[in-house]
Design a binder for this molecule. Structure first.
Ligand SMILES: NC(=O)c1ccc[n+]([C@@H]2O[C@H](COP(=O)([O-])OP(=O)(O)OC[C@H]3O[C@@H](n4cnc5c(N)ncnc54)[C@H](O)[C@@H]3O)[C@@H](O)[C@H]2O)c1
Length: 352
């Protein structure tokens, strides 16, 4: 298969590209604009292979997308390109509306024009996988779970822009018959994640013995899924998913932010021992505006219909992830020294 991946120089996209090329034998073209969040070093293991190609381009650019589809003739698209950091969406929603909404619309239109020209034999198998988040559903009470039919109630500019894109994607199935499948996944963690998100930021600060910021009282709960389990799920979706459907992915690993940070302190202490216990570095900071209290996923549809289940426990995956950041300083030092120094983002003027 020839798969067009968007956002393949980012965290999840690079895991999808590596897995497709190295484990499934598929050929991949990765289209990425290379924003601050991208790192081509994440693709070092496949960049020399003939089955991998890279195109630096913006998904909002229709003519460039038309050309890429015509040149590459993909059998499927896995669309991951996005602005993805909630805190940045609070300070600057513009790029989120452009890439997440307009960019997704542009790709849907490009794919529709391409799909309509395909012969019937190729159209039958063509898929457009739109990768989204559980954050579109909003915040949960203490006991319930997000299901695929949970109404959308996004809280942040990021999740609202993803929600808009999900609606567009499913409308392109209902109106034009484009074989779109939407995935809504919980928080990912693992190697190659840009160090602005909770887990890598905490690991790097813990390694460097810097303060470990926890928003509010630290009781907000997220469900955590290892990025390689997510990538495996997206590839199952390509083959087993039903067009026009949504699928939730989650790790069945609900943890409060404070539990996650505490656990990272203990693992870093164990793998990189030295003076003092890292838990003493935990610092409570003002909460994120509109911070959702709890996310939890019912992934039973993906288990049942795709035959997919995560293979890592959170504790094992986190241990491996800390080990990876300790061994791969060169990968994250560039981002840390040049692009993002770890400072607080996402506060409103009144909170500064
Ligand atoms: N990280 C998570 O926990 C998580 C969870 C569920 C869903 N998602 C979704 O998965 C996808 C990937 O997330 P991620 O964490 O890997 O993001 P990321 O920020 O690490 O990577 C995003 C990539 O998209 C590229 N990009 C951004 N704007 C672009 C544009 N206009 N044109 C082309 N490329 C562009 C960036 O250069 C970057 O390489 C996103 O759609 C996100 O909403 C993420």
């Amino acid at each position: 298969m020839r798969i067009l991946v968007t956002g393949g120089a980012g965290f999840i996209g690079s895991a999808v590209c590596r897995r497709l090329v190295l484990q499934t034998g598929a050929a991949v073209i990765n289209i990425d604009k290379l924003t601050y969040a991208a790192n081509l070093a994440s693709l070092a293991s496949i960049e020399q292979l003939e089955t991998y190609a890279f195109l630096q381009s913006d998904i909002c650019h229709r003519a460039a997308m038309d050309l890429a589809f015509a040149d590459y003739e993909p059998d499927a698209i896995i669309h991951l390109a996005a602005e993805s950091h909630v805190d940045r969406s609070i300070n600057g929603p513009d790029a989120f509306v452009n890439t997440n909404v307009v960019g997704t619309y542009t790709l849907l239109e490009t794919a529709r024009a391409y799909y309509e020209r395909l012969p019937a034999s190729r159209r039958k198998h063509f898929r457009f996988i739109h990768v989204s988040t559980d954050e579109v559903y909003g915040s949960l009470g203490p006991d319930d779970l997000f299901r695929e039919d949970t109404p959308y109630r996004p809280s942040s500019p990021y999740s609202a822009s993803k929600a808009a894109a999900d609606h567009l994607a499913l409308a392109w199935f209902r109106t034009y018959g484009l074989p779109v499948i939407v995935s809504n996944c919980s928080n990912n963690y693992g190697p190659y994640q840009f160090p602005e998100k909770l887990i890598p930021l905490t690991i790097l600060n813990a390694i460097d013995r810097k303060p470990l910021p926890v928003y509010g009282d630290g009781r907000n709960i997220r469900d955590w899924l290892h990025v390689d389990d997510h990538a495996a799920g997206l590839i199952r979706l390509l083959h087993e998913g039903r067009p026009g459907e949504k699928y939730n992915f989650g790790g069945d690993a609900q943890r409060s932010n404070l539990e996650v940070v505490t656990r990272i302190c203990d693992v870093v202490d164990r793998l990189s021992p030295g003076a003092g216990c890292r838990r003493s570095l935990i610092t409570f900071v003002p909460d994120r505006p509109g911070h959702d209290a709890r996310y939890a996923i019912d992934a039973s549809k993906a288990h049942r219909e795709l035959g997919w289940k995560p293979i890592r426990t959170f504790e094992h995956g986190l241990f491996e992830t800390v080990g990876w950041y300790l061994k791969n300083r060169a990968w994250w030092e560039r981002a840390r020294s040049g692009v993002y120094d770890g400072s607080r983002l996402g506060l409103l003027a009144a909170q500064n």
